[in-house]
Design a protein. Sequence first.
Length: 267
Amino acid sequence: MKRTKDLSRKALQIAEGVFSYSVDLTLWFIAYTSAVSTPQRTTGQHWRAQLYADQFINQVNYDVIKQAFKTAKHRGLLRRSKRHAWPEITKEGKRRLEMTVPYYDEKRIWDGRMHVVTYDIPEKRSKYRGLIRQHLKRIGCGRLQDSVWITPYNPIDTLRSFIDDYGLYGTIIVSDMGKDGSIGEEDLQTLVVRVYGLEELNASYEKFLDTKIGNAHEKIIKYLSIVREDPQLPFSLLPKWWKGDEAYSTVREDYRKVLLFFRPEEK
């Protein structure tokens, strides 16, 4: 089923570019409700969970929710709960959420070295160029030129798996720019701002901070739609005017609760 059919118009508005399928949106909602609706008193927990449930159902087409629950159960992503009316997310469901929900890295360990990725795909295999570009962007690379990308994180292991999957041996080269690397007359930070389009991304964070958003659930969804596009660059490479950290601080409490719900190893 195409994603345009999988989400109703209202569900798509709520997803805000974060979730492409109603199953993922439903899994997220259950995780969010389970994670943040945990005050000390059971009555308070029930009231808050019911409030989120009512808001969700009022905004999303009921048939979409019903079908999403059915699909998720059939795929082993959800199971019936013995404790409350909402189903529970299985380990497989949590793994799917982990791959779906944008991740904000609070640590960003970096050795200070920059890397250049270049590729040369023969014309007879030109269909793979788009796949390579998508993969490079997905792993946090920024496009310097058509077939030249840069990244502060060593991409060799990830690219090796990609090359093996598609048999693209001898077409991709990773070079080390060294520490404090730069190209031409630009210093490293200026280069990074330009290549990764940080000014435009920062404008999205500023708009998020300046806009009053209805409730906590909508706020974190809106935030995730921005952080999905964030390359998660090392903090030392970010300019002083960067607002990404400030935006994260406004949703950090709920975000961490949900993250710990399906990624308990995150402490």
